[in-house]
Design a protein around this ligand. Structure first.
Ligand SMILES: NC(=O)c1ccc[n+]([C@@H]2O[C@H](COP(=O)([O-])OP(=O)(O)OC[C@H]3O[C@@H](n4cnc5c(N)ncnc54)[C@H](OP(=O)(O)O)[C@@H]3O)[C@@H](O)[C@H]2O)c1
Length: 231
């Protein structure tokens, strides 16, 4: 599938911190959809191990590779950031020049343990706004995937969850909405980057629901808009 001419036109995606749970979940979905995905890590061998684990579950595909974050960022058109919030600022400052002119999908939720079920936002308003401030206007920062658990991504099941997408220009946001659909989810244009305070904050509420009911996979679904109107 990854060798079709359609797939050749798909942008290369690098997932920074892609060795972790959410990064591997997204990689799983996009590799299966025919994108070339680079798993980024601070450690080259760790990236290779994550690639091998993904290949064991997907099959012996060729459209996935691993590298250190900086080389992954240089080689891709679309970057996805999936690191714990404590690493957010430092990784962005380190890779700032490598992200110039690109699209960054920020999946980071500003969760600060131990109070993970209480919304805690950085002074900039949200993690995505913090990223935009660090990177400047020459990077399209778009926030997405905050409300979808990795456990729902790492398999072939249909996912009935929705993804709210904030920030970016019309063009960059439509690229991200396509990536949401190609991951098997329903994406919604949720407005400007300022609205990311809601989508990032919602994760703490979902974690609270998970805690209360002993689940891991609470998520969201928009109702009241028919599928035909969306198209
Ligand atoms: N897990 C979920 O279901 C889920 C759902 C929605 C959103 N999120 C958000 O997505 C982000 C990633 O979550 P996760 O569960 O995938 O986290 P994770 O598994 O704990 O960590 C992801 C990766 O981040 C890298 N990392 C850790 N500390 C770092 C540091 N100090 N500097 C640079 N890189 C570091 C590690 O990669 P290397 O060691 O290979 O460099 C690690 O494999 C978080 O902000 C989380 O809130 C998670």
């Amino acid at each position: 599938m990854q060798n079709s001419s359609d797939d050749a036109r798909k942008p290369i995606i690098a997932i920074l911190g892609g060795t972790g749970k959410e990064g591997r979940g997204l990689a799983y979905r996009w590799v299966k959809a025919g994108y070339h995905v680079i798993i980024g890590s601070r450690n080259y061998e760790k990236a290779q191990r994550a690639v091998n684990i993904l290949k064991e579950s997907i099959g012996n595909v060729t459209n996935i590779e691993g590298n250190v974050n900086i080389k992954a960022a240089d080689a891709a058109e679309i970057l996805v950031l999936t690191v714990p919030y404590k690493a957010h600022k430092s990784i962005l400052e380190r890779l700032k020049s490598n992200l110039e002119g690109k699209v960054l999908i920020d999946v980071t939720v500003p969760i600060m343990p131990p109070q993970i079920t209480v919304v805690q936002m950085p002074p900039e308003g949200s993690a995505a706004q913090e990223a935009q401030k660090i990177l400047g206007d020459n990077v399209q920062v778009i926030s997405a995937f905050h409300n979808i658990s990795y456990e729902k991504l790492l398999n072939n099941n249909n996912i009935e969850y929705d993804v709210l997408v904030c920030g970016g220009t019309k063009e960059s946001k439509s690229k991200v909405l396509q990536l949401v659909e190609d991951a098997g989810l329903t994406g919604w244009d949720a407005g400007p980057i300022e609205n990311s305070v809601v989508t990032e904050g919602l994760t703490s509420i979902l974690l609270g629901i998970n805690k209360k009911f002993g689940t891991h996979t609470a998520g969201i679904k928009i109702t009241g808009v028919s599928h035909s109107i969306r198209k």
